[in-house]
Design a protein around this ligand. Structure first.
Ligand code: FAD
Length: 497
């Protein structure tokens, strides 16, 4: 008899682990508190189903990792998702100047020649040297990190010089470019980890490299299609996804994980447990503090967490010929980033990301209409900002910025449906610790061995997947967390049989 696996949460991490294990014959049961799959990678509609929105992720990169995870589960991802590559990948807006960014090398060099002359060679050098760095780092991101002595392995020692230790992403890009705007164009990706380019470890220069090397994709229907597709594969292999069945507590026998107590009071026993719920949230809510050693609430309070995001999702009775992805940078970008990550205050001039996917994908809104997702990075809830008080003013500030600075110059006149999601709601409605939407920070002190291990250190038969664990937040790394965990579960089983 194959083992029974109980998974807490149907986010992309939990679903990826579930589909791999279900395909290998394990009895998989996923318990999800929400009534939908995907977690932050889920979707919702407004206007009686007329407008469809991704809740969170909208950038899909490194599609080969997704392809590999589906192959591991005996499936071809392209049978489930219609992927479109975006060209330009996105448009960046600085002081009214619109700069398209391309994966195509020749087009990108032309853009640099037009907007940032003299930096063409720096771009080529960045791509070449970061490719070497990526080759050295990839094994570290695909490997478990549960023993400190692993750090003296040959592979790690070889990768160490590539980690740009002691440098920030901004420092690294300053070695290639002399134009401040261009540096921002290749470092703003630190924001995908909810971090400042001036703080984010230099190794994460691989983030912009990944986009420029592998491209940015949009699945028809939205990036939420990834989680939907994985949920289908889980069920095709006989796994069961129990929606609306939250987990209230882990049931332990000493340090052995024995069962889950659901919100309904039902007790679910299993051989192995995989936790996909946001790590810090799970530790604070599903386990009693006295059962923990390293991850008690007092310890978790000392960790660093990502920034949060203020979201406006709007259905519009107008289609704007604006790019699929636009990022509008505050004039003083560093001040804006410091305010959101250090000073923990709202910026008078926020940076804003606009996802206008209807321009590529007509399935998201009725003809002539559009479904637009607007995101402003803001401090997480350690700021103690009163969002009930601030929400309306901040929303109007964002609309003002869009109307004044972008092609969405009359957006307010075309709103048919609208939903706002604040850091407070990320915490209360989406179960994200302190509304830190990109989970635990990616400071080196919280990476690899120093990040929660995929085989949880505290309890036996308990495994972790998702953005708050190794290797990190972001869909490609979340899928890697599922690959590491499931390989490990299978390997241990072989060893014990
Ligand atoms: C606004 C935003 C934009 C993002 N953009 C990108 C992007 O463009 N590209 C990218 O690669 N990444 C992006 N990310 C980061 C990351 O890819 C997503 O956050 C991703 O969904 C995280 O996946 P996860 O598996 O870690 O957890 P989650 O998606 O949070 O899933 C965890 C699941 O656990 C469930 N759960 C929690 N508690 C319980 C409980 N007690 N019982 C049962 N279930 C429970 C939750 O309901 C949820 O469904 C973005 C994130 C956000 C928030």
């Amino acid at each position: 008899m194959m083992k029974k696996i109980a998974v807490v949460g149907a986010g992309p991490g939990g679903l990826a682990a579930s589909m791999i294990l279900a395909s290998k014959g394990y009895e998989v049961h996923v318990y999800e508190k929400q009534n939908y799959v995907g977690g932050r990678n889920g979707h919702f509609t407004l206007g009686e189903g007329a407008y469809t929105f991704d809740i969170g992720p909208t950038f899909l990169s490194m599609p080969h990792i997704m392809e590999e995870i589906f192959q591991l589960s005996g499936r071809n991802v392209h049978d489930y998702m219609d992927l479109m590559e975006l060209s330009p990948m996105y448009e960046l807006q600085f002081d009214g100047k619109r700069v398209p960014m391309y994966r195509d090398r020749r087009k990108m060099i032309q853009v640099i020649r037009d907007y940032f002359p003299g930096n063409e060679i720096g771009y080529q050098r960045f791509m070449k040297e970061t490719r070497e760095q990526m080759e050295a780092l990839t094994p570290l991101l695909q490997t478990r990190h549960n023993r400190l002595r692993d750090y003296v392995s040959k592979r790690t020692l070889r990768a160490l010089p590539k980690l740009s230790l002691g440098k920030s992403v901004y420092d690294v890009l300053s070695q290639y470019f002399d134009d401040e705007k261009l540096k921002i164009a290749f470092t703003f990706q630190a924001k995908y980890l909810g971090m400042s380019p001036w703080e984010c470890p230099g190794a994460f220069a691989i983030l912009s490299y990944m986009e420029h090397e592998h491209g940015v994709f949009h699945p028809r229907g939205g990036v939420n299609q990834l989680s939907k597709a994985m949920a289908r594969v889980v069920e095709e292999h006989g796994g069961q996804i129990h929606l609306g069945q939250g987990v209230r507590k882990f049931k332990l026998d000493g340090k052995k994980m024995k069962a889950l107590e659901l919100d309904s009071g039902e007790i679910v026993e299993a051989d192995e447990f995989i936790v996909n719920a946001d790590f810090a949230h799970a530790m604070n809510h599903l386990v009693d503090d006295q059962e923990l050693t390293k991850h008690k609430s007092t310890h978790l309070e000392k960790k660093k967490y990502s920034c949060s995001t203020f979201m406006i999702y709007v259905g519009l009775d107008k289609k704007y010929e604006m790019p699929h992805h636009t990022i509008i940078f505050a004039e003083d970008y560093k001040k804006n980033v410091d305010e959101m990550t250090k000073d923990l205050v709202l910026s008078d001039e926020p940076s804003i990301y606009v996802h206008n996917a209807s321009v590529t994908d007509d399935s998201l809104a009725p003809e002539g209409h559009s479904a637009v997702y607007i995101l402003a990075p803001v401090p997480n809830n350690y700021s103690e900002l009163d969002w009930d008080d601030k929400q309306d003013l901040f929303k109007e500030l964002i609309y003002d910025e869009l109307e004044n600075k972008t092609g969405f110059h009359d957006i307010r006149d075309h709103i048919v449906a609208e939903k706002v999601l604040t850091p407070k709601q990320w915490e209360t409605d989406h179960f994200v610790h302190k509304g830190a939407t990109f989970s635990l920070g990616h400071q080196l002190s919280q990476m690899m061995y120093f990040r929660p291990h995929n085989k949880f250190q505290e309890f036996e038969h308990c495994w972790l997947v998702g953005g708050g664990t190794h290797p990190g937040s972001g869909l490609p790394t979340i899928l890697e967390s599922a690959r590491i965990t499931t390989n490990w579960i299978r390997e241990e089983e072989v060893q014990t049989t």
